[in-house]
Design a binder for this molecule. Structure first.
Ligand SMILES: Nc1ncnc2c1ncn2[C@@H]1O[C@H](COP(=O)(O)OP(=O)(O)OP(=O)(O)O)[C@@H](O)[C@H]1O
Length: 582
């Protein structure tokens, strides 16, 4: 048996919880023919074998003792059912129903606890453990007490509104929901109203005007990032309309949405799910919804000349990423391979764009874009969201901003030629770029990381891009700068062609020079790029962006650290550390 006294500090906490809280129930029951001591307090359900199995170690006469123990946090229990109720779910397979029937005949006084089990790479599964009791009364008592504890978990949703995009990703949305998600919701006694969308923006429009949101505790999106964006726009717009806030006003303080959003990944790009859950797995996402996890998230509002354009939660990109996305839209028929092809094409084009970027640096933020502090579950930077004092300072700088039209007060202004301008409101990590565009960006600290890549040689830009895939710091180049900001604006140098003089300054010849010279005409014809806003192309290049701190909440908890995971994965330690009161 492991005894991690020195390494598993958080486990000691879980152990203390078990010690310090009075037991609600404790019995000797049977699990798979073995007698186990089962203990429940307000936060933990734990069980361990009471019988020491005696076995001879091979080649020696000494006896070894084994005592398997397990612990489950009450908040991660999905449901508890009497054994005979198991297998009644009409979506269960015939085999499962048959097995449940056999077991209930064998063990008439048994109950099953379904709980979250962590597997590899942030994935969660729903596991069952069945306990046999000596009599019906004891069985009922266990079910009742566990259910009472579950009913105290006020953040768990009871009623959900689900939108399924049947055409997202590989068109598996409906099947994923029916086979993997709906049975779990049923087991957890969550009712769900399901709408299969019939056209683009169906979900957005329904949320904006029709949906009776009072009935629900959350909205679930079955689809990819595009579908999530629809839900985001529908819900945020509806909340502002209901609260009388005009979202066309760039300075309006938006009202946070009261309903949580759950994402069941079923698209070809599921970056938002990956960034907030750590994996793209429908079962894991469904379990995060069931346990009522809550991950606040910043939303950027994007305006052009005081007209609202869109909301963004991940990447606002001009130049390289804007061009890449614009080109890939024309190649949709290629499927996900279009991103690779457009990526190579855009890289070889090596365009740069002139303009002025102004930004308001984030004040009182605990982190910086290069501090290597990654946003993880329970992130301390995000928990330190701007206080009212910080808001006052914010308002003061807003005042200054108004009184100082050239934006020099509090605002920084940079004019130049840029290959890329990116506003990353989250790391934008994905399997292809595990660190993401801004590895230390935070989901909910009220800021976005503004990355400016100035005109440089193609080879230098390639070096910069490659650093997104290795351990080197992608911001450690003379032509790259990164700022953590709460607002920014961009004004392109409209209708101006790149001068011949500029071309003479163009990148030093590199190994790619033949292509470089072939592309010089490209620089002439492209005075401006487009902004990509979470994958959508914006119709304007001059934009104002304002981060709305923690405007929405997802049914997620951020990416768990390995250590956070092991707290719950190694319950043996709980019993090992506990004073032997059993
Ligand atoms: N019934 C529908 N018919 C056509 N389009 C739809 C329908 N429902 C939703 N959409 C649109 O499909 C787009 C893509 O959906 P989704 O994000 O779920 O899949 P995806 O494969 O990840 O696509 P993308 O990579 O473009 O985001 C969304 O922008 C959404 O507005």
């Amino acid at each position: 048996m492991r005894n991690d006294r020195t390494t598993a500090q958080p486990m000691t906490r879980l152990c203390d919880e078990m010690d310090n809280q009075s037991r609600l129930l404790s019995s000797r029951l049977f699990e798979k023919h073995r007698q186990v001591e089962v203990v429940l307090n307000r936060s933990v359900l734990a069980w361990k074998e009471t019988e020491k199995s005696k076995k001879r170690s091979s080649g020696s006469s000494s006896l070894s003792e084994t005592a398997h123990s397990h612990a489950v946090q009450v908040c991660e229990i999905v449901a508890v059912h009497k054994m005979e109720d198991d297998g009644q779910d009409n979506t269960d397979t015939e085999r499962r129903q048959k097995k449940a029937k056999q077991l209930s005949t064998l063990y008439p006084h048994a109950f099953t606890v379904s709980y979250v089990r962590r597997t590899r790479q942030q994935q969660w599964r729903c596991s069952d453990v069945t306990f046999q009791c000596a009599n019906q009364g004891l069985c009922q008592q266990w079910i009742q007490v566990i259910n009472e504890q579950l009913s105290l978990l006020a953040n768990r949703p009871k009623s959900l509104l689900v939108y399924i995009n049947p055409y997202g990703g590989k068109r598996r949305g409906k099947r994923i929901y029916k086979q993997k998600v709906a049975p779990l919701f049923r087991r957890a006694c969550i009712s769900a109203d399901v709408i299969v969308t019939e056209r683009a923006n169906h979900a957005r429009d329904h949320l904006k005007t029709e949906a009776n949101l009072d009935k629900y505790d959350g909205v679930v999106c079955v689809g990819g990032d595009g579908m999530f964006s629809e839900i985001l726009h529908g819900l945020v717009t509806r909340t502002q309309t209901d609260s009388g806030v005009d979202q066309n006003q760039p300075d309006a303080e938006l009202v946070p949405c009261s309903l949580h959003i759950g994402i069941i990944p079923a698209g070809s790009t599921d970056c938002i799910c990956f960034a907030t859950v750590g994996t793209n797995d429908p079962v894991t996402s469904a379990l995060h919804i069931i346990v009522g996890d809550s991950q606040p998230m910043d939303v950027c509002s994007v305006h052009h000349d005081d007209v609202f354009l869109r909301y963004s939660v991940s990447l606002l990109g001009y130049g390289f990423y804007g061009d890449l996305l614009t080109d890939s839209e024309r190649k949709r028929w290629l499927g996900p391979a279009r991103y690779d092809l457009s990526g190579v094409k855009t890289f070889l084009s090596h365009n740069y764009y002139e303009g002025t970027i102004s930004f308001l640096p984030a004040e009182n933020n605990m982190g910086t874009p290069r501090d290597k502090l990654q946003c993880r579950s329970g992130c301390c930077v995000c928990q330190h969201k701007p206080s009212s004092k910080d808001n006052k300072q914010w308002e003061m700088s807003e005042e200054k901003e108004k009184s100082d039209k050239d934006g020099s007060s509090g605002w920084s202004v940079i004019r130049g030629k840029f290959i890329a301008i990116n506003g990353a409101s989250m790391s934008c990590a994905c399997p292809r770029s595990p660190k993401g565009l801004s590895p230390s960006a935070h989901l909910a600290d009220g800021t976005t990381d503004l990355i400016l890549v100035r005109k440089c040689s193609r080879l230098d830009f390639l070096r910069h891009l490659l650093r997104h895939t290795n351990k080197e710091d992608q911001f450690d180049h003379s032509f790259v700068e990164v700022h953590r900001v709460s607002k920014f604006r961009f004004q392109p140098r409209h209708h101006e062609l790149v001068s011949l003089e500029d071309l003479s300054e163009s990148p030093k010849k590199t190994g790619f020079s033949p292509i470089c010279s072939a592309q010089t005409t490209c620089n002439y014809s492209t005075a401006h790029s487009s902004w990509t806003c979470d994958g959508e192309i914006l119709p304007h290049t001059a934009i104002q962006v304002s981060v709305q701190c923690q405007l929405i909440r997802l049914f997620a908890r951020g990416i768990e650290e390995q250590q956070q995971q092991c707290v719950f994965e190694d319950p043996c330690t709980l019993w090992a550390l506990e004073p032997s009161t059993h």
